[in-house]
Design a protein around this ligand. Sequence first.
Ligand SMILES: [Zn+2]
Length: 182
Amino acid sequence: MKNIQRTLLPWFIILIGLILLFVIYNMKQSVETDKEMPTDLHPIVKEKKETLINKAAANNIQVVITDGLRTVKEQNELYAQGRETSGSTITNAKGGESYHNYGLAIDYALKNKAGEVIWDINSDGNGNGKSDWFEVASIAKDLGFEWGGDWKAFKDYPHLQMTFGLSIAELQRGIRPDEKQK
Ligand SMILES: [Zn+2]
């Protein structure tokens, strides 16, 4: 009996150690996922947004920013649209899965001469033979934005984002643009 206890003891210690590691790991994970979410657009995104509006205006295009920072709750409500609630699906991103949730994305639309907000990607309001929508996308890309209209699988024409080289997974783990730049 004594011998059995002696052979089991090291295993018992290893088991306790593993349980402790597991508990510590989980505590750390929950601390990181509890990392505060931004409450405003990232300062650089904000600044580039203003530049975009001004540059488009200089080309006689009126840009309207229809969406910026979205809370996780708002994102989940959007995700539910067309799935749990009525309407058509407009996003494949759940709360925490969109750059909007980290203040790194904006959506745009155009305002026509009558002052109406339009989502017509073919409209040529300034009459220069080019689509205003694509002109805005082009200015945005020059400013460092990634444009949803360039995506292969799901084209999101109003969407502009700045990732700062961070994946959604990294953002979900609590890494923020300023920390990676340091
Ligand atoms: Zn968007």
